[in-house]
Design a protein around this ligand. Structure first.
Ligand code: C2E
Ligand code: CA
Ligand code: CA
Ligand code: CA
Length: 276
């Protein structure tokens, strides 16, 4: 079956890279091992809402440059990775790549990394994140971990203490795809989060459906009154940008500003080079 083939190929790809703190960098792939390409991290800038729309940080988004199938998007292999028990290894690698990249960006910018529910349940997750920060020398306050609401539903007491220790290190916690899960408002009162990301499905309703507009403005005003930052995802039009900024949303992300790009095409953090 196709999913099983993908799992085995991904396992082979991951066997060639460093996927945990106590794992040495792997050897050059042996010539006789099959080659299914390599994982890559793309970065999508996040912009301040208003005041020149300057870049505040970027989100790391994984891609798989497959040797036969071309560039694969996460939707086509993350489910296989989760099912095959490979998502923790993949997530660790993305975290390390992203923190390494962010070290070269301005001090006041953040790097946001997606964390799967299974990673968060790892007994040593906090120690592993700390190890990456120490190795890359990235300030913890520049790292933002994006969790989905489904991470918060199970084992409420455990997750609460994990989030607490991450935050006590100075790491920022962001709630991804906000509004798509259930009991979302209770999550804001139970868990201290630094940011919520308003799902693209709501942003796309702005200006088309009165309900969508009401929901987005309610999320933003609630977050503002709780002191929680808000990033609107999937901002594709100038109208959406202006509307969200006027409503007091703090940050904006979407194709209107930039698509996710490979690190070498991410120009917003580059220190201008002299041309002579
Ligand atoms: P997400 O975390 O909600 O990421 C946002 C997705 O929306 C990205 O898709 C991004 O390319 C896309 N996007 C951004 N702006 C726009 C826009 O203006 N319009 C439209 N139509 N789309 C926009 P992508 O890169 O395909 O990633 C899909 C999902 O895969 C992510 O959704 C995230 O849940 C997951 N993912 C990506 N990288 C990782 C990772 O390293 N670890 C884990 N666990 N999940 C990841
Ligand atoms: Ca995300
Ligand atoms: Ca999201
Ligand atoms: Ca989303």
């Amino acid at each position: 079956n196709a999913r099983d083939i993908l799992k085995n190929e991904l396992r082979e790809v991951l066997s060639k890279i460093r996927v945990s703190p106590d794992d040495d960098e792997r050897d050059e792939p042996a010539a006789d091992r099959p080659d299914f390409g390599a994982l890559e991290v793309y970065y999508q800038p996040v912009h301040q809402a208003g005041k020149g729309y300057s870049v505040t940080g970027a989100e790391a988004l994984v891609r798989w440059r497959h040797s036969q199938r071309g560039l694969l998007m996460p939707a086509s292999f993350i489910p296989a990775a989760e099912e095959g028990g490979l998502i923790d290894a993949l997530g660790f690698w993305v975290l390390r790549e992203a923190c390494t990249a962010a070290c070269n960006w301005p001090e006041n910018t953040f790097i946001a990394v997606n964390v799967s529910p299974s990673q968060l349940r790892r007994p040593n997750f906090v120690e592993e994140v700390r190890a990456v920060l120490q190795e890359t020398r990235l300030s913890p306050s520049r790292l933002e971990l994006e969790l989905t609401e489904s991470s918060l539903i199970e084992d409420y007491a455990d997750i609460y203490s994990i989030l607490k220790s991450l935050r006590s290190e100075g790491i920022q916690i962001s709630l991804d795809d906000f509004g798509t899960g259930y009991s979302c408002l209770s999550h804001l009162t139970r868990f201290d989060v630094d940011r919520i990301k308003i799902d693209r499905s709501f942003v796309s309703l702005l200006g088309t459906k009165a309900n969508g507009t009401a929901i987005v403005s309610a999320i933003i005003s609630l977050s503002n009154s709780l002191g929680i930052a808000t990033t609107a995802e999937g901002v594709e039009t100038e109208y959406q940008r202006d509307f969200l900024a006027a409503m007091g949303c703090t940050d904006l992300q979407g194709y209107f500003f930039s698509k996710p790009v490979p690190l070498d095409e991410l120009d917003c953090f580059r220190i201008p080079q002299r041309m002579d």
